[in-house]
Design a protein around this ligand. Sequence first.
Ligand SMILES: N[C@H](CCC[C@H](N)C(=O)O)C(=O)O
Length: 282
Amino acid sequence: MRIAFTKMHGLGNDFVVLDARAQPLPPLTGDVVAALADRHTGIGCDQLVLIEPSEVADWRMRIFNSDGSEVEACGNATRAVGLLIGGEVTLETLGGTIVARPDENGVAVDMGVPRFGWDQIPLAYGMDTLDLPVGWPLDSAACEAVLEHPVAVNVGNPHAVFFVNDAYAVPLAEIGPVIENDQIFPERVNVNVATVTARDAITLRVWERGAGITQACGTGACATAVAAMRRGLVDREVTVTLPGGALTIVWEPDVDGAPGHITMTGPASVSFTGSFDWGDYA
Ligand SMILES: N[C@H](CCC[C@H](N)C(=O)O)C(=O)O
């Protein structure tokens, strides 16, 4: 069975997008995803995205990391799907229903509201999510001897955000998987290392749960911006600059004591289209 795909990216965070709006695909297992995502023997991507019909939104967007794990949210992929479908579109995800719409700077996504409860991240036990009393030692060559006291926030998916003097001095490839898989994060975690450079500017690198270091992470940018705002480090609109480029994050004011919505705006691109034989990967 020949399957068409669209290869897309958001600031270099890249995706294989399968469009099952018109007709269903064969069952997508973690093994099939991992095989398609393999950069040597498959098409290659950070995440695989499946668009399907939905009963609660315009469409359903399923997101799989390159390790085959299905996840709740992917900011960059949401912009890509918004671009592919066009116009304003509501998307059902495991992390809730979100909205993408065209913007003069690419695609704007209402990512919903952040969650801060320790059991909403989730964490293995109760801790102050604004300042987790934990730390991981770094190789002494790193500028920071310890990566510690992160903020934990859920923006559909779980994030730990560390504020450091120089995000590019952190040995992220070494420490990222250690923190990702720490037992205090029962569903694992995305690891963000951020440097605040102005009241409206943050530099960010991300070790992504299930994918490793990526060129950009949309939910990481949202989580990091909100974490910095909660700590009073930046104002409510901020530019987050990742290795692949910049995103604009706005956290709307709280409403009746409840957190406001997060809006993420940035580019999305089609790299190429193609097709593959399902039997080669299943
Ligand atoms: N690795 C993430 C999913 C992809 C998020 C990222 N690519 C983005 O743009 O938000 C997780 O396991 O929660």
